[in-house]
Design a protein around this ligand. Structure first.
Ligand code: SF4
Ligand code: SF4
Length: 292
């Protein structure tokens, strides 16, 4: 079972839910996996405190122009959908940070002046935190696209472990890359107009991917009823409503997991975990019916 924890915006408590949930799952199943796909700002390690055992660079292929062969014909510039090539003084010039490694320019170059060379974009770290296996990506500063690194992080996920995957905030390409191929998406939000707006967009995105999903309302007693009303209207399960708690904020600021110290939080995790399993089972049954 692979559960992605996502949120339409940052600061909703997504990583708090993800790290506590994985610790709870590891208790239930003996071993679980935490994957930090929030590669621009990974912070799951602050709470799980893993021992990192392996670190490897991740690279993408970007074109390199042979100035002696390039005639400046502009075919490569024409095909590049990402404006990663321009022609200056009759020679092609590549902006590697904008390149999406599609390989198109190399294919169209009539002079065979383009070679692909690896360029590092970040690292993947793997380790352990007790009975939790830990995988995290970290994008290099200045990199424009997180998606290739997220893709590589996901390739490192073994099939045999139940996993909690911490998604980047928002609904952009790295988020889609994170949540696709998962079994369930947990959307963490807060009961404010901004929270509701971003939740709506996140729900539309997850629905496009045909994944079962549910909502957790964090700091539930601090805003208005807009998120609850929306979930009711849209028949979206609200798995938990977590109160705004000063003690929780203190534990968070100290990098501590909440569920060991706050009994009500542990109870919420039990409800969330069983709710996810129930929804996945029901979803599988419904999909089976449709196939039949
Ligand atoms: S397609 Fe090849 S020859 Fe033409 S501008 Fe690009 S690199 Fe130079
Ligand atoms: S590999 Fe694709 S994205 Fe990169 S410069 Fe060439 S055409 Fe553009």
């Amino acid at each position: 079972m692979k559960v992605a924890v996502a949120s339409g915006k940052g600061g909703t408590g997504k990583t708090t839910i993800a790290t506590n949930l994985v610790r709870y799952m590891a208790e239930m199943t003996d071993k679980a996996l935490y994957v930090d796909c929030d590669v621009e700002e990974p912070n799951g390690h602050l709470f799980l405190k893993p021992e990192i055992r392996r670190e490897r660079d991740v690279s993408v292929l970007v074109p390199e122009i042979d100035g002696n062969l390039c005639t400046g014909c502009g075919e490569c510039k024409k095909i590049c959908a990402y404006n990663a090539i321009t022609i200056i003084l009759d020679k092609a010039l590549v902006f590697p940070e904008l390149c999406h490694s599609c390989g198109g320019c190399q294919l169209v170059c009539p002079e065979e002046a383009i070679e692909e060379k690896p360029r590092r974009i970040g690292v993947i770290m793997e380790g352990d935190s007790g009975n939790i296996k830990f995988i995290s990506g970290k994008l290099d500063v200045g990199e424009a696209s997180a998606t290739p690194l997220v893709r590589e992080v996901k390739k490192a996920i073994p099939d045999f472990l139940d996993a909690v995957i911490d998604a980047p905030p928002g609904t952009s390409c790295p988020v889609i890359e994170t949540v696709r191929d998962t079994d369930y998406v947990l959307l963490v939000t807060e009961p404010t107009p901004f929270g509701l707006n971003d939740l709506r967009i996140a729900v539309e995105t997850v629905r496009q991917l045909y994944l079962p999903f549910g909502v957790i309302i964090n700091r539930a007693d601090s805003g208005n009823s807009g998120v609850n009303d929306y979930c009711l209207d849209e028949e979206i399960p609200v798995l938990a409503e977590i109160p705004d708690d000063r003690k929780a904020a203190e534990l968070y600021s100290q990098g501590k997991l909440l569920y060991r110290e706050l009994p009500y939080f542990r109870e919420q995790l039990e409800v969330i975990y069983s709710g996810i399993i129930k929804q996945i089972e029901e979803y599988d049954r419904e999909s089976f019916k449709e196939v039949k």
